[in-house]
Design a protein around this ligand. Structure first.
Ligand SMILES: [Zn+2]
Length: 177
C-alpha cells in the first residue's frame, strides 16, 4: 500500500520559489517573489547515509544528495524519492544562494523575481564524486570544480558564512596554524 503524503520524505521550499527548466541544466529553482539576503529558501530532506552506501545508490540519487560531513550524505535512496528530495539548485561560479547549518538554503544577496537560484557546490562538497567541468559562463568560472575548492582562500572569503557547517569547521582548522 502506498503511504500517505505526509509520511513521504520531502524537502521544504519557500512559497516564493518555483521549479522550471533551468538555464544551466535540467530543472532549476527560480524566484517567484523578491527574496531578501539571508532569507530561508529551502530545507533539505533525505536519508543520512555513509559513503559506502552513497556510492552504491543509483546515479540520479547521488546527484540529488548533499554532503553533510566527511563521510555522510543526505540523499534519496530510491529514484522515486528524487523529485521530492532534490533541491533543484544548479552550480554556477557566480551564485546567489548558500547554506546555513547543513541543510538550509538561504539567499546570499537580495534576489529579484525571475532569477534562477544557483549555488557554488564548493560550499558543501568535499567528495570526489562531485568533481566536474563547469561551463557556467560566469566571469570568474573555475572550469574545473574539484573536491578541494573549499581550501581556496579566495573562495573561503567569498562564501564566508555560507559554507556547510562541517566545511566551515574544516576551514577554521586549516587556517588555525
Ligand atoms: Zn563555472
Amino acid at each position: 500500500m502506498r503511504s500517505s503524503t505526509v509520511k513521504e520524505i520531502s524537502s521544504w521550499f519557500s512559497p516564493k520559489v518555483y521549479i522550471a527548466k533551468s538555464t544551466i541544466e535540467g530543472e532549476g529553482l527560480f524566484a517567484k517573489d523578491r527574496i531578501s539576503k539571508d532569507e530561508l529558501i529551502a530545507v533539505k530532506a533525505g536519508h543520512i547515509v555513509p559513503g559506502k552506501v552513497f556510492y552504491a545508490l543509483p546515479e540520479a540519487c547521488k546527484h540529488a544528495g548533499l554532503q553533510v560531513a566527511d563521510d555522510l550524505f543526505v540523499v534519496p535512496i530510491d529514484e522515486e524519492e528524487v523529485p521530492r528530495v532534490m533541491n533543484y539548485i544548479n552550480h554556477t561560479c557566480d551564485p546567489n544562494v548558500g547554506l546555513r547549518g547543513h541543510l538550509e538554503t538561504v539567499a546570499m544577496r537580495d534576489i529579484e523575481p525571475g532569477e534562477e537560484l544557483t549555488g557554488d557546490y564548493c560550499i558543501a562538497y568535499s567528495n570526489q564524486f562531485f568533481q566536474f567541468t563547469c561551463n557556467c559562463g560566469a566571469a570568474g568560472c573555475r572550469k574545473q570544480i574539484t573536491s578541494d575548492d573549499w581550501k581556496n582562500p579566495v573562495l573561503q572569503k567569498k562564501y564566508k558564512g555560507y559554507f556547510s557547517q562541517y566545511l566551515q569547521m574544516k576551514i577554521n582548522q586549516l587556517n588555525q596554524v
